[in-house]
Ligand binder design. Sequence first.
Ligand code: SF4
Ligand code: SF4
Length: 118
Amino acid sequence: MIALIDESRCIDCGACAEACPRTVFDVDVRGRPTIARQADCQTCFLCELYCPADALYVAPDSEAPEAVELEAARPQMGAFRRDHGWGEWADRVPNEHWRMGEIFERARALAATIQTKT
Ligand code: SF4
Ligand code: SF4
């Protein structure tokens, strides 16, 4: 579950709020997000992936919020993005995860077939 935003790193781009499928963030006029609906977080890590400044930390527990100290979280911030070969890591970290694309495509085709039959 989303745990914190590092104010000192945030560049007010609003990308986390745009990426979040659960509208967890409110964004002020400068583009600065706050965690407004933490309980709605589904621990999908999309905000971490899209944050260009590594200014977010999502704790792995999806059931309940964790009290996380900023200093303790800092070494982890950006690790999820890096380990998925995202952004500037794309040419250095193999990204096997995105091979799921083929599987999703097959699932979509199968679903379309089933819908045609019904
Ligand atoms: S982990 Fe997912 S649901 Fe939670 S705040 Fe980030 S983008 Fe939103
Ligand atoms: S994506 Fe990162 S840098 Fe951009 S507003 Fe959100 S926390 Fe700040």
